[in-house]
Design a binder for this molecule. Structure first.
Ligand code: ZN
Length: 505
């Protein structure tokens, strides 16, 4: 086919990709609406509307004409295309294959069981009855193994499930990384527990009016660089970052009047996700090339601001006065060191979502090892509660007193999301590696943080990560930005240094 003709074919693909992205944006806006402002009586009808739209999107994804366009482009001379065009074609091909390779009945069964599974899980958790959830979990694992055989027949089924969230990541690579973390963090946590230092966190509990919490969150998210002309902040049960387009990014938080720091950190975390979305590649916003790269890279952006910046002593330094002015009753007289120690307290506990940055990776490693065992059948579902509790005791020195506090705590498995957990800790490691590089690239970061000058850091992330979209694999991106592949030592060294100081180890 001649180059002029092939460009026409490409333009036809672009029209279809943009249309799909826009319909996806409508879906995302409906989802935000459902979580934030929808009247409760609309729930049933909304799920029907969303199912109808999902059907339209699916039809467009498996459309024969769409497949033919992709075929023609894939078989054409690769020199016809720019890097951006090549990426759009490759992404369209991957997505099309994933949509068409899986039998419809299997997709339906997974969707049906995931939605029913959520209710079964919620009830089992509430009643502390693991045995009520176990058959659903067993079935979901069988279905996700079958799915893997169709989707990525060349991969081990658990690797295939990881690949959905973290493209290219394999157990072969992840296991030694996680083993290294385990080897270093378990003794660190043990030493922290035995330390005589126990940061005072009482002043973080009190009465913090919600309107004041909200304005504080707005000030800080704006300082960091969230653009309120292209985004909003609202309230939802679980904080998230959504919205229909990079020009319309919706972040949420939740407020508890007795604790302001939780909501503030949720705002900062979601702001990090929001900056990634708002910073996407200009000019290609409705095309896959500008999409965020992987779950872990997204998480690296939220954790960068939450942990590397907001849990930093220089950040406490600049905002301590504002905290005291906003909540004088609770915070009057609190010193910088006291605030810094309190927000960085390491406290081994049962619950992942409440975990601090030192213990969090062990919650993830435990889940990773269990998922791996469930998929290779070295762990059976009926033994899960004991396996869970034993690992908890081995890694964190605490033993859950109920399954609700243990194996039943997370929503992920009830929706068939296996292979998702590693993204959290990969994100933490990437965030740390990015920050180490940034310290070399930008002069005197502590002074910049102390001066409230975050724009150079945001620009660095925009230039190096957000605007690169899906042009590179995760490995290639990390090498381009930091000069080397993912190395857990950045994260381990950061934690050891920081917590040895706080706990005088
Ligand atoms: Zn996040």
């Amino acid at each position: 086919m001649n180059p002029k003709k092939i460009k026409d074919v490409y333009e036809q693909l672009v029209i279809k990709l943009k249309e799909r992205s826009r319909l996806g944006g409508v879906m995302a806006t409906m989802h935000w609406d459902q979580e934030v402002i929808m009247p409760i009586a609309a729930a049933e009808n909304r799920s029907k509307q969303m199912a109808a739209l999902a059907g339209v999107l699916h039809e467009k994804s498996v459309n024969v004409e769409f497949g033919q366009l992709i075929d023609e482009l894939v078989n054409a001379d690769i020199n016809n295309f720019t890097e951006i065009e090549k990426c759009n074609i490759y992404e369209a091909k991957r997505e099309y294959e994933l949509e068409t390779k899986i039998p419809k009945e299997l997709i339906q069964e997974i969707a049906e069981l995931s939605s029913r599974g959520h209710q079964i899980w919620a009830k089992a958790r509430q009643e502390n009855k693991f045995e009520d959830f176990a058959p659903t979990l067993e079935r979901l694992i069988i279905l996700k193994k079958k799915w893997a055989e169709f989707a990525f027949p060349e991969l081990d089924p658990y690797d295939a499930n990881i690949d959905v969230f973290e493209r290219g990541m394999r157990m072969e690579r992840l296991t030694p990384i996680f083993d290294k973390l385990k080897k270093e963090l378990i003794p660190l946590i043990d030493a922290i527990r035995k330390s005589s230092i126990n940061p005072d966190v009482d002043f973080l509990k009190g009465n913090f009016p919600i309107d004041k919490q909200e304005s504080l969150g707005r000030i800080i998210s704006k300082d960091i660089g969230f653009d309120y002309d292209r985004g909003r902040m609202d309230v939802s049960v679980h904080p998230f970052c959504g919205g229909g387009h990079p020009t319309d990014v919706r972040i949420t938080t939740r407020y508890r009047s007795e604790n302001f720091i939780e909501s503030l950190f949720a705002v900062i975390h979601e702001t990090g996700h929001g900056l990634y979305e708002q910073g996407r590649m200009p000019g290609f916003l409705d095309l896959p090339v500008s999409d965020s790269l992987t779950m872990a890279i997204h998480e690296s952006q939220s954790l960068f601001w939450e942990r590397m910046i907001a849990q930093n002593i220089y950040f406490c330094d600049i905002y301590l006065n504002l905290f005291v002015e906003t909540f004088p009753e609770s915070l009057q007289g609190v010193s910088l060191d006291k605030l810094y120690a309190a927000i960085n307290r390491c406290n081994p506990s049962f619950i992942r979502v409440e975990a601090d940055e030192v213990t969090y990776p062990l919650h993830i490693i435990l889940r990773y090892e269990i998922e791996k065992g469930l998929f290779d059948e070295s762990i059976s579902v009926k033994d899960l509660p004991d396996v869970w509790d034993d690992k908890m005791e081995e890694y964190l020195g605490v033993r859950p007193s109920s399954n609700s506090e243990g194996v039943l705590q997370d929503v992920h498995w009830s929706g068939g999301a296996f292979g998702y957990f590693p993204s959290y800790t990969l994100g933490a490691m990437y965030a740390c590696q990015f920050y180490s590089r940034m310290l070399l690239d930008i002069n005197d970061i502590p002074k910049k943080i102390k001066g409230g000058n975050f724009s150079c850091m945001k620009k660095w992330l925009n230039d190096n990560i957000h605007e690169k979209g899906r042009l590179y694999s995760t490995d290639d991106l990390i090498v381009k930005v930091t000069g080397e592949k993912l190395d857990p030592c950045f994260f381990i060294d950061y934690l050891k240094k920081k917590y040895s100081e706080i706990y005088k180890l």
